[in-house]
Design a protein around this ligand. Structure first.
Ligand code: AMP
Ligand code: MG
Length: 296
């Protein structure tokens, strides 16, 4: 299995010494979801669950600073970079948990969150990328997609909502679309939250055992669960066919919630770091402004 390798402890401790992006990026070529271990914790620098809150806390100031630089860059520059985090995964894989715990670490003013549901009548009247284009983040913003255009080659394929021969055409179309986004300065982080079938069962039963969690349960979830093998085929094709250099997939092991949340936060840090953002220079004379404020 991939993602089971452990680095020597001494090498894991400095934040600049490891790359979660390198550890979780899907290699080019044919892959299967089953190649990836849902319970693994690749590149995690601590010991485990107990120190996860400390690891998150340690990352928070840098993530916040990087996001603020991005936001500042976008204030009056249409060409400023943008980040787009796409979250895909089956029910209970933790898309909501990632949004609460990882995305929740940054200033909400810089976040543009969209959850994609069953298309409305209006959305169905348009090309499937229409609603996606409308939801793209503006300059300096971090867009979060809770589900995405990948539903149009996942649930749509499994439930046979379009003809089978349409799906490979959509893979090509999605690759071309994402290349266009990259050209517009959008850095994409595509995450597949990889929960195991056993862990999903536990989480669904937890929801059914607790009246405070009934709202999270949807009787349709068990129908999706019963099509598990079809979803694994569909996801394996997505990870193989839409895994490009400019928009690679990351498989996030999702059986351990603490690792899943940490890994996605860390991916945001690493991608923001790579943008190498400074602070916008003043477009006014600082000395003269100081003098004017002092005199006011
Ligand atoms: P949830 O994310 O749990 O609120 O559920 C949203 C539901 O919308 C899921 O069952 C998705 O499979 C479904 N969905 C999202 N996008 C599409 C789409 N393009 N076509 C059909 N169903 C979709
Ligand atoms: Mg759901």
């Amino acid at each position: 299995m991939r993602q089971t390798g452990q680095m020597a402890k001494s090498k894991k401790n400095k934040s600049s010494d490891y790359s979660v992006a390198d550890a979780l990026r899907v290699p080019q070529g044919p892959v299967r979801v089953e190649d990836f271990a849902p319970g693994a914790t690749p590149a995690y620098p601590g010991k485990g669950k107990d120190d996860a809150p400390d690891q998150m806390a340690e990352m928070a100031p840098e993530l916040s600073d990087l996001q603020e630089r991005l936001y500042a860059a976008g204030r009056d520059n249409e060409q400023a970079p943008r980040l787009l985090l796409m979250l895909q995964g089956l029910d209970t894989s933790g898309k909501g948990g990632v949004i609460r715990h990882a995305v929740g670490m940054v200033d909400p003013q810089g976040i543009d969150l969209t959850a994609f549901k069953v298309p409305t009548a209006e959305e169905r009247a348009h090309h499937y990328l229409w609603r996606i284009r409308k939801a793209l983040p503006g300059p300096g913003m971090i867009g979060i997609f809770d589900r995405s255009h990948y539903e149009d080659v996942l649930v749509v394929r499994v439930d046979e909502l379009v003809a089978a021969e349409e799906i490979p055409k959509r893979f090509d179309e999605i690759n071309a679309f994402e290349a266009e986004l990259a050209d517009q300065g959008i850095t994409m982080i595509k995450c597949f939250l990889n929960v195991s079938r056993d862990e999903q069962k536990e989480r669904l039963l937890e929801r059914l055992a607790d009246p405070e969690k009934y709202w999270k349960y949807n009787p349709g979830d068990v129908d999706v669960r019963n099509k598990w093998a079809d979803y694994m085929d569909a996801y394996s094709d997505v990870l193989t066919r839409c895994n490009t250099e400019i928009a690679p997939w990351y498989v996030i092991p999702a059986d351990k919630k603490w690792y899943r949340n940490w890994a996605v936060a860390r991916l945001m840090v690493e991608h923001l770091r790579a943008l190498d953002l400074g602070w916008p220079a003043a477009d006014f004379d600082v000395e003269s402004e100081i003098a004017q404020v002092n005199a006011s």
